[in-house]
Write a protein that binds this ligand. Sequence first.
Ligand code: CAA
Length: 376
Amino acid sequence: MNLRFTEEQEMMRKMVRDFAQTEIAPFVERMEAGEFPREILKKMGELGLMGIPIPEQYGGSEMDLTSYIIAINEISKVSATVGVILSVHTSVGTNPIVYFGTEDQKQKYVPKLASGEYLGAFCLTEPSAGSDAGSLKSKAVKSGDHYIINGSKVFITNGGEADVYIVFATTNSELGSKGISAFIVEKDTPGLVIGKDEHKMGLHGSRTLQLSFEDMKVPAENLLGQEGEGFKIAMSNLDVGRIGIASQALGIAEAALEAATAYAKERVQFGKPIAVQQGIGFKLADMATAVEGAKLLIYRAANLRQNGMKCGKEASMAKLFASKTAVEVTTEAIQVFGGYGYTEDYPVERYFRDAKITEIYEGTSEIQRLVISKQL
Ligand code: CAA
């Protein structure tokens, strides 16, 4: 594996880093107050960031997966909220149509998603089907040229803001996960009911909510792939989704490490900066080592996928390790800051709150271990 980024990938990193500093950083306070970053997403669309790995033929930027992962990473250093919105929109909100859609479906939806005119969301999780996604209960029944879908979903990222929802429902409950089908559902579909917003510990500017389907009438032509293919569609796109979330976690950890290092160099106690005192210096060394390890796992998984190889195990390893790193590094960053770290005057408390969810969504750490151990 080539451990150097290409010139194009470095250019992407610089462009996104500049954008994050100039456009996203000033918006962080508004997101912390609960505002969804519509304006930011519009600007990202204009820069081609809402469709980085999507083929040009469908309006995307057609860059490699590594460039996409770099973009999530740089954005998440400044705002994990914008990072998750981008990751869910692309990996699981748009890619399923790119990989499994008919030509008509691709022509109809992908250019709008890739340009940022539309925002995507992914509806798999249900109140009684979280880690055991294959046991979902939402039901789709074919009726003439429509499917009638009933059921409910929880924890839907981009819910209420999305224009297109990839919805999973069973078309044959006797077949378990093999009876699950996927549908493209537009936001104005009759019977799609937007439910309660969750009030989360972190990621304050991203919307996460409940949805219900009450005799929701979806045109049969919006079936994605074949009936029964839904679980495979969900799982294979979650492989890339998990690399994206790992990259988000890495961004949070890097931001915390950078803040803690800068503070430790300035903060003088016992006559010298705390950075050169072993208790803190070794802490920073461990934090930096974990960050570097996460980075290698993430870019290795992305590299496998962009070369057309299987990456399920590696994506799970990257997410498992990067999310653990994010939680540990942000916890230690607060410790380096001492009492100041526990206040809202410094950003490390936000990093700490944003980090925890990376061990939960797109498959908990326990599920990542299950995926990895099954393949050993
Ligand atoms: N790619 C393609 N196919 C896959 C696959 C993959 N990565 N993983 C599994 N499959 C296929 C299998 O090949 C199998 O098909 P065959 O029998 O034909 O081989 C079928 O799917 C069933 O696989 P399993 O037997 O492994 O299924 P399982 O039910 O035992 O376990 C699981 C699957 C890994 C536990 C899965 O349920 C899982 O990943 N759970 C976690 C759910 C999750 O990640 N949810 C995230 C929600 S989205 C989100 O969080 C977004 C957000 O808001 C940020």
